[in-house]
Ligand binder design. Structure first.
Ligand code: FHN
Length: 444
């Protein structure tokens, strides 16, 4: 059954699910903070954090019985939960937004939903809405708020994929029952919208029904009528604002829309004490640089334990990422996507005024740095956060040809390199102009 999950993730990462249409009323201005944000922190926290099992999937894939899974309700204490400390750590990472699982496929809400009794407030020793204090802490810290919400609910008695008994039904044969479920899930979205007014809705689970069956347009309209600036991710059956490739790095840039790669810190979304396969800070930073170079955001996931404690490996990753982000923030935030492939063998970004190129050089990459197809004259090159200027040489420029030569930039001295990834700032004589031709005599 685990295969089911992987087939699904394959679809997702291939963009076959979560493909964002650009709805007619999509106003690009509202997306600007998201485009400039570059980094969000994803938080998978729920009753699955008690035994450290796969979120919802552990009963769906029959790794454990539904009843055993739900026994975890008795262990969710949140006794060390410190939402302000969470928000401070998120801020320290350099992230501009955070997305928390307000309700995963298992149907257990982190807020005191009035739509049913399935919540941490009613059914766990925590006995509280843990969502409100987190969103308050985020807002106090200036971090944008994101609400992950699973529109499917494998615990709801009127959901066709209801797992506890085999009462799966075809919605065409029982429209009243499907309408009851639809009214339920939309009521919960109205609660989230009205009570929490998140800056971003991160929907999940749209793969089991069509946009019409979900009434996706109605849900989008409902959210935007309450907050026209709310951003919706690309998992509302085609009614989202951006694409959401998952785990696998997109080799082809997803689209001109903004896009966001969500990725785990080890191999699991939620707390998994048995999973020590954490990415290293170097791997995280190189992935992040690659994402922003391609015009995307990275939504990097952590999975706190049931009591609210965040694994030390995840804290370390966020802190190391934060140190790097603050050292090179001008090259990262409020920049545009870098040069298209072919101009530089690595990640790059471009300043908003297009007159500066930021080259990302992985640690201990030695040798000269080459830029191809740059028409501009270079007015200065420095290793960011150092006094180190670098010289360059133009190679292969034929005096009578308009085709630009190759730019060979001196190697970065060892003592000027960052332990993970160094950023070289290349100042141009004006807005960047790139050669796209096939060489030879013609410019194009
Ligand atoms: O099924 C979920 C999964 O548990 C996890 O929440 C990821 C995070 O993006 N989303 C779905 C799989 O794509």
């Amino acid at each position: 059954m685990k295969r089911v999950y992987y087939i699904l993730v394959l679809f997702l990462s291939a963009g076959l699910i979560g493909k964002a249409q650009t709805p007619a009323n999509n106003n690009p201005e509202k997306m600007q903070w998201f485009r400039d944000a570059k980094l969000g922190i994803f938080i998978h926290w729920g009753i699955y954090s008690v035994d450290g099992v796969d979120e919802s999937w552990s009963f769906y894939n029959k790794k454990m019985s539904y009843l055993d899974y739900m026994q975890q309700l008795n262990g969710f204490t949140a006794k060390n939960y410190d939402p302000r400390a969470w928000a401070d750590l998120i801020r320290e990472s350099g992230a501009r937004y955070a997305v928390i699982t307000t309700k995963h496929h298992d149907g257990i809400a982190l807020w005191d939903t009035k739509a049913n009794h399935m919540s941490t407030a009613k059914l766990t020793p925590a006995r509280k809405d843990v969502l409100t204090p987190f969103f308050d802490a985020l807002r106090r810290t200036g971090i944008k708020t994101g609400a992950y919400f699973s529109i499917l609910d494998w615990s709801h008695q009127d959901y066709p994929g209801f797992i506890k008994d085999s009462s799966r039904y075809d919605i065409k044969n029982d429209t009243a029952r499907w309408n009851r479920y639809r009214n339920f899930y939309q009521a919960q979205i109205r609660e989230l919208s009205g009570q929490f007014n998140p800056d971003l809705f991160w929907f999940d689970g749209d793969w089991e029904h069509s946009a019409e069956e979900w009434q996706a347009k109605k849900v989008r309209d409902m959210i935007l009528s309450h907050n026209p600036n709310a951003i919706i991710n690309g998992r509302l059956a085609g009614y989202g604002d951006y694409e959401t490739p998952e785990q696998n790095f997109p080799i082809t840039r997803p689209s001109l829309n903004p896009w966001e790669l969500c990725m785990t810190s080890n191999n699991n979304w939620g707390y998994h004490p048995d999973d020590s396969a954490y990415k290293t800070p170097y791997e995280l930073i190189t992935i992040f640089a690659d994402v922003i170079s391609n015009g995307g955001n990275l939504l990097f996931d952590i999975g706190p334990r049931e009591d609210g404690w965040i694994p030390t490996e995840q804290v370390h990753l966020l802190k190391e990422l934060g140190k790097w982000n603050s050292k090179y923030s001008d090259a990262i935030f409020n920049t545009d996507a870098g040069m298209p492939p072919g101009h530089y063998y690595g990640a790059s970004t471009i300043s908003k005024d297009s007159s500066t190129i930021y080259l990302f050089v992985p640690a201990h990459d030695r040798g000269k740095i080459v830029i191809k197809g740059l028409f501009n004259n270079i007015t200065g090159i420095n290793v960011m956060n150092t006094d180190q200027q670098l010289h360059h040489k133009i190679v292969g420029k034929i005096s009578w040809s308009p085709v630009p030569g190759l730019v060979y930039i001196d190697e970065i001295p060892e003592d000027a390199m960052d332990e993970y990834m160094t950023v070289v700032e290349v100042k141009l004589d004006g807005p960047i102009r790139l050669y796209k031709g096939k060489g030879g005599l013609s410019v194009d």
